[in-house]
Structures are given as structure tokens and as C-alpha cells.
Design a binder for this molecule. Structure first.
Ligand code: G6P
Length: 586
């Protein structure tokens, strides 16, 4: 997790740019933040704080080089001392780090033995001291960094700042790092969205590569240390896509972007849909893998493929797939779903699948992400940057792809596209009626539990809906298969317990209605989501029938519910406690 940002250039406001870069990377972790900036008078300015950056500003200073970091704590609590950057004893090596130095305890012990003083409990601090130590025997920065890399274990992305030499060394293994270039100015960040306000000309550093960067220019070295040309690419989105615009929160903005994102997939991604369908047909078994929201998109996929494409497609959550993949063959196909393309639980397991020679398809939102580059074939969600921690538009984009692929396998793509257009209209209608959902949120905000029920693909929707509500409102919400409730959980229903019931007019309709009666008889407050009104519902949210694409507007209701519950309880929906957008640790 963690966000890192660095700048070297000819502008005098490095501090401002670094702070603004960190603000846009804060979704990656917001336990603490810090900067190390070399001012034009050669003084090094360090500032570190716990908590969110918020409206923080730095004192006015002229500077054209520095680095910054926003932290999601792993090793060591949330304290000022544990905030990055970390500095060597001689103050000549300054480091920001995303990832984990798995063998840091051993390295730290040795460094302490030979006289180094540590000021934090982090694993990251060993990097600064270890480089200082290597530089005592070896003056060449390049050699010292290479030595360090051969000593540390684990996934990482690092900027090492040598203030005396006004030089950065940048390297990565697993975690993302992007370089941006613009006429004698260089930017380094964990995510291109932090660079886009300055330049669209970027390079995604590959695992094993190393970059040295100073005022004389930039050099890239491959994993064998050989010099390599940098093939910059031009990003297709612009700075507006990464700002909140007229919306009070990114989450609301991203909810509102869904009609456009989904319609675009149905209009301009059909070649990708067809190619993936072909690969599924040719595979000896297909497995969908993802974490969190992506996992619930996978689960929905299993229902959609079964019903529409008449195909059994397996599914596993990313962190469990490693223990399930012994039967994979070189003809197996793994489709990994990940908004960020950086979720380590997903990456680590698909890496194992690749080692078994399975084919890998990525369905991700981030061009150049680790998953994107790892895959044999990559589908881009093209949803635009998703900044709110809780995933909304990336989820519905994933469902749209899976739904269309299932239709393509069934040779009914045209029908699939029409249903997606219906779903889009339904979302637009819901957005117009959002005050009804806000009103409901205010009504149920003080309840202890919320249950969400559905059968078939609506069961998958129920799980995603509950996650959305939990993530941002911290309320206890659980999704259940409507038929399973009576086998135990119904014991939790009491007078006034809110139950959201997804009841589309499909093969589940009558049975789901029975569940509504069962909970209502025990006092539940039933919120019916359906195309057909029924007296059993205490309140009714109409969603017209879009066949199996109805899952899309249904989940949008829960996204809005989560958003308004968070507001009603006074929480920031964009940055929920304890969570990070991109989870790059196991
Ligand atoms: C984190 C986020 C979740 C997200 C999950 C998977 O846990 O907090 O909201 O669903 O990662 O993210 P991915 O980028 O792989 O889709």
C-alpha cells in the first residue's frame, strides 16, 4: 500500500507538488505522511505527521527536488517516528518505501551491532542504514543500491534520495512505480494519477529494473544491470478524471460515472469481449480470481456464465487460490479481476498459476499495473481512475464485461448489449431518485444490523452490497442467500431490522418473495428492490427488469445506501478507517 512521490526539475515549488502528489495518493494509505525536500539554500526540510494530510500545507520555500510518502502502517504503529521518509545516521540517505522488507529484523540486528541508531520501528528504515553502510566501502551509488537489492526480501517500491548528490535511485519488485517526464522535469509516483496533472508522458517501471535520476538526466537499467532505453507511453485520460469536480466526494462522483463507463464498454469493448470469449471456449477450465469487491464480481460471474453461457466457471478469492490450484494445467485459463492490478493476494496466487503454465487474462482498471503486465491477455476496464477506497464503477464495469462475455459465448451478444443499455437507464433513474435512498439511510442508520438477501446472481449482489455498506458506514451488514437465512441467521431478525431484498423478475422471484414473508413475520423492515411491487415490502425501490443485467442497478442502490449511511454517521466515505485502496501486502 503506501503512496510515494518524488520530483526533480527546474521549478521552484517542489514542496507544493510533492504535497499535492501525496494528496492524490492518499487513497493508498492515510495513517501518516511525510516529506524530505532539499531547499535551494541546501538545507534539508523534513516534516512527518500522523493522520490524514487533509488541508496541510508546507511553509513557503524554494526547492526543486524532494520526496514524500503517505503510509498505511504494517510494521510499527501509527506514530510520527514511523512515518516516512527514513534517514540514515549520517543523514546522507533518505528513503521512502512501499512494501515490506521481509528480512528486516535480521538486517536491523546486524546494523545495530555495528553502531547504527534506529529511530523508528519500521522495516523500511533498514534500507537507509544499510545503504549508508555499503557506501562506507563502496562510493558508487549504483553498486551500493544493487548490493542492497540483492540483500532484501519481499515486494517493494523504493525511492532512495541522496540529497548531497541530488540524485534518486528508484527500484521496485512487485509494488508499482511510474515515472513521468516533461522537459527536464521528472516525477516518480506509485500511481500515474499523481503525475497526470503535470505530464501524460509516463513509463511504468518493471520488476527488477532500476532507475537513476539526477539533474543530468535519467538512466534505466534492466534486471541484469544493462542500460536500457525508456519507452514512454502517453496516458489517455486527463487531469479532470482525477479530481472530484463538482462532487463532494470521489465515491459519489464515481457512482455517477457508471452509466458512461458501462455504456462505453457495451459500445467500444466488444472486440475484447469476443477475444476473451474465444479464450474461455478454448480453455480446459476457467477460474475467476479476485479479492474484496472483485471477488464478488467473480462470484456473480459464475452465475452469469452458468445461466447465460451454460458454462461451469470456477471461482476463488485471491488469498485462497494458491491452495486450490494444484489441478491447473497448461490448458487452464485464469481470469484475474482487480481494479488496481496490484492486489498482492491476487498477484501471488496467479503467479503460482502461471508457474503451472496456466494462461492468464487480466481484467483490471490500471494500464501498466503489475497484473496487466503479468497477463497473457489484458482487458482494461477503462473506467477512469477510481479514487474512493470503496470500489463502485470498477465493480459494475467488471460485471458488464463478464455479462457480455457470457452472452458472446452463447452467441447472444446483441441481446446482452441491449440489456446493458437498459441497466444504464435504470442507474440513471436511480440517481434521479437518490433522495429516496438517502431518506432510507437516515431511517436505518442507528440499527445494529442490516441484512441483504438475494438468490442466484442476486446472492452475489447481496454480498457486494453488504461489503459496500460495511466499508464506508462501519455498520454491520451481511449478505445472505435468501434461502439460507432460515437455516440459522433468521434468529438475528428482530423488530425493525432492515432487510434489503433483491427480487428481480427471474427464476428466483417467487422463492425470494417467500424469504420476504419469513423475515417480515419476525418484525423485519423490508426494503424490496424489484420491478414488481408487493405488499410485503415496507418500502419499495423500483428497478425495471434488465434480465440478468439487473444486478448492475441493484448494486448501485447499495452503493448509494453505503454512501448516505456514511454521511449520516459523519464519516468520510472516500477514506474509510483501516482500509486502503490498493492492498500490496499479504
Ligand atoms: C482492498 C480494497 C477493496 C477492494 C480490494 C480489491 O481491500 O479496500 O475495496 O475491493 O482491495 O482491490 P482490487 O484493486 O484488486 O480490485
Amino acid at each position: 500500500m503506501c503512496g510515494i512521490f518524488g520530483y526533480i526539475g527546474n521549478k521552484k515549488n517542489a514542496g507544493e507538488m510533492i504535497l499535492s502528489g501525496l494528496k492524490s495518493l492518499e487513497y493508498r494509505g492515510y495513517d501518516s505522511w511525510g516529506v524530505a525536500i532539499k531547499k535551494d539554500d541546501s538545507q534539508i526540510y523534513i516534516e512527518k505527521h500522523t493522520g490524514k494530510i487533509g488541508d496541510a500545507s508546507l511553509p513557503a520555500m524554494d526547492s526543486s527536488i524532494g520526496i514524500g510518502h503517505t503510509r498505511w502502517a504494517t510494521h510499527g504503529g501509527v506514530t510520527d517516528a514511523n512515518a516516512h521518509p527514513h534517514i540514515s545516521c549520517d543523514k546522507k540517505v533518505i528513503v521512502v518505501h512501499n512494501g515490506i522488507v521481509e528480512n528486516y529484523e535480521e538486517l536491523k540486528k546486524q546494523l545495530i551491532k555495528i553502531g547504527h541508531t534506529f529511530t523508528s520501528e519500521t522495516d523500511s528504515e533498514v534500507l537507509a542504514h544499510q545503504i549508508e553502510e555499503f557506501l562506507k566501502e563502496e562510493k558508487d551509488l549504483h553498486v551500493a543500491i544493487s548490493k542492497l537489492r540483492s540483500q532484501i526480501a519481499g515486494m517493494n517500491a523504493v525511492i532512495v534520495f541522496f540529497p548531497d548528490k541530488e540524485t534518486f535511485y528508484i527500484f521496485k519488485n512487485g509494488s508499482p512505480i511510474v515515472l513521468g517526464e516533461k522537459q527536464n522535469e521528472y516525477f516518480v509516483a506509485s500511481d500515474a494519477s499523481a503525475i497526470i496533472p503535470y505530464t501524460k508522458h509516463v513509463y511504468f517501471v518493471e520488476d527488477g529494473e532500476m532507475v537513476s535520476l539526477n539533474r543530468n538526466g535519467i538512466s534505466l537499467f534492466d534486471s541484469e544491470g544493462k542500460n536500457k532505453d525508456i519507452d514512454y507511453i502517453t496516458l489517455s485520460y486527463n487531469a479532470e478524471a482525477v479530481s472530484r469536480g463538482k462532487y463532494p466526494h470521489f465515491m459519489l462522483k464515481e457512482i455517477y460515472e457508471q452509466p458512461t463507463v458501462i455504456q462505453n464498454i457495451a459500445s467500444s469493448q466488444l472486440e475484447t469481449v469476443k477475444e476473451t470469449a474465444k479464450r474461455i471456449i478454448n480453455a480446459y477450465g476457467t477460474y475467476l480470481v479476485g479479492c474484496g469487491t472483485a471477488s464478488y464480481a467473480c462470484l456473480a460471474g459464475t452465475y452469469l456464465f452458468s445461466k447465460i453461457a451454460k458454462r461451469h466457471i470456477n471461482f476463488s478469492i485471491g488469498s485462497e487460490f494458491s491452495y486450490l490450484l494444484n489441478f491447473l494445467k497448461d490448458t487452464s485459463l485464469v481470469i484475474a479481476l482487480s481494479q488496481s492490478g496490484e492486489t498482492i493476494d491476487t498477484l501471488a496466487s496467479v503467479q503460482k498459476a502461471k508457474a503451472k503454465k496456466a494462461q492468464l487474462i487480466a481484467l483490471t482498471n490500471v494500464l501498466g499495473s503489475t497484473l496487466y503486465r503479468m497477463a497473457d491477455y489484458s482487458m482494461l476496464l477503462n473506467a477512469g481512475p477510481e479514487k474512493a477506497v470503496a470500489s463502485t464503477k470498477a465493480y459494475t464495469a467488471k460485471i458488464t464485461f463478464l455479462y457480455l462475455i457470457a452472452h458472446e459465448i452463447n452467441r447472444t451478444l446483441h441481446e446482452g448489449v441491449q440489456n446493458i443499455s437498459r441497466a444504464v437507464r435504470e442507474i440513471e433513474g436511480l440517481l434521479e431518485r437518490k433522495s429516496h435512498i438517502q431518506h432510507l439511510a437516515n431511517r436505518i442508520k442507528n440499527k445494529n444490523n442490516i441484512f441483504i438477501l438475494g438468490r442466484g446472481v442476486s446472492y452475489a449482489a447481496a454480498l457486494e452490497s453488504a461489503l459496500k455498506i460495511k466499508e464506508v458506514s462501519y455498520m454491520h451488514a451481511e449478505g445472505f442467500a435468501a434461502g439460507e437465512l432460515k437455516h440459522g441467521v433468521i434468529a438475528l431478525i428482530e423488530e425493525g431490522t432492515p432487510v434489503i431484498l433483491f427480487n428481480p423478475e427471474d427464476e428466483t422471484y417467487e422463492d425470494t418473495l417467500s424469504a420476504a414473508h419469513e423475515v417480515k413475520a419476525r418484525g423485519a423492515y423490508v426494503i424490496g428492490v424489484s420491478s414488481r411491487k408487493n405488499d410485503v415490502y415496507d418500502t419499495f425501490i423500483e428497478v425495471k427488469n434488465c434480465q440478468d443485467a439487473t444486478i448492475i442497478p441493484n448494486v448501485v442502490i447499495a452503493q448509494l445506501m453505503g454512501y448516505y449511511l456514511a454521511l449520516a454517521k459523519g464519516y468520510d466515505p472516500d477514506k474509510p478507517r483501516n482500509l486502503a485502496k490498493s492492498v500490496t501486502v499479504k
